[in-house]
Write a protein that binds this ligand. Structure first.
Ligand code: ADP
Ligand code: MG
Length: 626
């Protein structure tokens, strides 16, 4: 068994940061006692726009403040540096057309540089400023000195080549960070979801960001990820959705006022922001407001955009995204059925049409439990946690580390929420009574992987009482588990026929260290076979008890059996009463089967009686209560 180190003892140099250096946005995260978490700036902002602005004679600005300068100083405000990093100018011919700033050859003519007019800056340096800002933000959020944050896991697209990776490393060095691991973005997403804990399986990571689409097919084998295939489109993303709305607005504004707002960089930047706002509204409501206000040009324009218009406008882009999905399957020579999980990554997967289209394509519900904009950074932090020894492959992530369930008859466990279920989560199961007239059901809430309740941990007991007398099996007690985002478990039980209900709240993780969780899991593995035998034995015994009881209940009818029938039944009863010491499930099953067979004639007599009683006006329930 592997030992889990104690949090906070293994970090002479401070924690390792997990950084998603995105084309549009950058995020920084850490892994600590509470798991992976994103670090926000002083205003609570988690996304750091991947933009650096270089005003002459002033210090560069990074993030939102740089983005704000885009409209005044487009030639010195650099966005999308990730598109340029590690590439020569010849590779960027197409790129240049859509960039507001100028590209030139670096002095050594190998890589492309950006010409700021007063000096040249290379893309690694631009990314370096972004990483430096992420590092400062982390220092502030963690209240530790910047000098103590020197190591990072940085994510890059799966298809990044050596030059691009090397240039990203250079960027980190510029920011004073040593890259302890360069992690591919899809792998990070899979790590964030804790898929490394599952057996061999295939996962599609569908990542639609601001300007790029990456579809990756990963294969997970014994905790190791392999990228089987990638496909995508380096010119597809949320920017296209924005552009659709921008064009729509610009056209209408021009018709109404005669002003072409797209002509000036400032107008374009303002309209782009308005379009993005409207797009985001359309992710959560049926209409969005698109507005443009420019007092100087005398333009004040506003229009409601309904989701149908938006959906129609972006359909061609969504279709292209699906083409990439088909491509990745074709490259890997696999079918949709071979894919086990689909994960949505990137801010643009919040668009309902995108989500629906991808789900429909893969004929499955896609994972979106984790925020699609944060999932890569969270995964980077998980990797950082693993490297820092804070987490091994058994992680307390946003998933339940151990199964949660209810003890059932015979002391076995009925699992309601299996381990590794992403939280929040909800599950429901219906139980019934075991003896006639039972007025209370006692519920034992169990956490753990073992088959028998007594081998697991009991989180609490509570009783659903006040059930009106009913024959065994008739009451329907619905037990509902609700596990909220903080890992708090609420258990509600309600008897459906009578309406009586009760509720309890508990904190499943409370008092459990990682080490204990791991040892509980290990225990389950070690005892898996033995547990299964025990479980079967318990299940068979419960069935045997039930049959035995019903036979006993009808002993007044024994006289109606034939001699042979009665003898066989008596023998079977005898076997059953002396079966307490039987430990083999198969042997016990034999006894059960015999008792069932032997009591069959009895059941027939009973059935006939029920029919007679029913005819006489007595209903079934009353009869069986006798
Ligand atoms: P990248 O990986 O390229 O840095 P992100 O994953 O951060 O990109 O995604 C950024 C994109 O997601 C932007 O186009 C942004 O407008 C879009 N986006 C963010 N939130 C939403 C939303 N609620 N609805 C639609 N699009 C969104
Ligand atoms: Mg991204």
């Amino acid at each position: 068994m592997t030992e889990l180190p104690i949090f906070g003892q293994d970090t002479p140099q401070g924690p390792i940061l997990g950084i998603d250096l995105g084309t549009t946005n950058t995020l920084v995260a850490v892994f600590d006692a509470s798991g992976a978490r994103i670090l926000a700036d002083a205003n609570g902002e988690e996304l750091l726009p991947s933009v650096v602005s270089f005003p002459k004679d002033e210090l560069p600005l990074v993030g939102q403040s740089a983005l704000d300068r885009a409209r005044f100083d487009p030639k010195r405000t650099i966005h999308s540096a990730k598109r340029l990093i590690g590439k020569g100018i010849a590779d960027l011919k197409e790129e240049q057309a859509s960039l507001p700033y100028d590209l030139v050859n670096a002095p050594d003519r190998s890589l492309a540089c950006i010409d700021l007019g007063y000096r040249q800056v290379n893309p690694s340096e631009v990314s370096g400023y972004i990483l430096a800002a992420a590092r400062s933000r982390a220092a502030q959020a963690l209240k530790i000195k910047r000098e103590d944050l020197t190591r990072a896991v940085i994510t890059v697209p799966a298809y990044f080549d050596d030059a691009q990776r090397q240039a990203t490393r250079d960027a980190a060095r510029f920011a004073g960070l040593d890259v302890v691991r360069m992690l591919s973005e899809p792998t990070a997403a899979a790590l964030a979801y804790g898929f490394e804990k599952k057996e061999a399986q295939r996962v599609i990571i569908f990542d639609l960001g601001g300007g790029t689409l990456d579809v990756s097919l990963l294969k997970l084998e014994k905790g190791v990820f392999r990228v089987l295939a990638t496909a995508g489109d380096t010119r597809l993303g949320g920017d296209d959705f924005d552009r659709f709305l921008m064009n729509l607005a610009a056209e209408k504004i021009q018709k109404k006022t005669g002003v072409d707002v797209l002509r000036s960089p400032a107008g374009r930047a303002t309209l782009r922001r308005a379009a993005e706002d409207c797009k985001k509204q359309l992710s959560t409501s049926e209409t969005g407001t698109l507005k443009y206000h420019d007092p100087q040009a005398g333009v004040a324009w506003k229009q409601e955009i309904d989701w149908r218009t938006f959906q129609k406008g972006i359909t061609p882009y969504v279709q292209r995204a699906l083409d990439a999905c088909a491509q990745v399957l074709q490259d890997a020579e696999l079918n949709i059925e071979d894919v086990d999980e689909v994960v949505l990554v990137g801010g643009s997967t919040r668009v309902p049409l995108v989500k629906a289209a991808v789900s429909q394509f893969f004929q499955t519900t896609c994972h979106d439990e984790l925020d699609p904009e944060k999932v890569v950074a969270l995964g980077a932090a998980v990797q950082a946690g693993i490297l820092g020894g804070k987490a091994n492959n058994l992680l307390l992530l946003d998933v339940t580390p151990l199964s949660l369930g209810i003890e059932t008859m015979g002391g076995t466990v009925s699992k309601l929420i299996p381990r590794n279920t992403a939280i929040p989560s909800q599950a429901k199961e219906t139980f019934t009574t075991y003896v006639d007239g039972q007025s209370a059901i006692s519920l034992n809430i169990i956490q753990g992987e073992r088959e028998m309740a007594s081998d697991n941990r009991s989180l609490g007991n509570f009783t659903l009482s006040g059930i009106p007398p009913m024959p065994a099996g008739l009451p329907q007690a619905t037990v509902q588990f609700t596990l909220d985002a903080d890992g708090l478990l609420r258990v509600q039980a309600k008897e459906q026929r009578s309406g009586v209900e009760t509720e309890i709240a508990i904190e499943p993780k409370h008092g459990l260290t990682d080490k204990e969780v791991e040892s509980m899991l290990q225990d389950a593995w070690d005892h898996a076979e033995e547990d299964l035998t025990q479980r079967r034995l318990a299940d068979v015994r419960t069935q045997l008890d039930t049959v035995f009881r019903s036979v006993e209940k009808s002993n007044s009818l024994f006289s109606q059996l034939s001699e042979v029938q009665r003898e066989r039944l008596e023998d079977a009863r005898e076997e059953a009463t002396t079966s307490d010491s039987v430990t083999s499930p198969d042997l016990l099953k034999g006894i059960l089967d015999e008792l069932e067979d032997a009591s069959y004639p009895l059941a027939e007599i009973l059935m006939n009686q029920v029919a007679v009683h029913a005819v006489q006006g007595q209903n079934l329930t009353e009869f069986s209560k006798e």
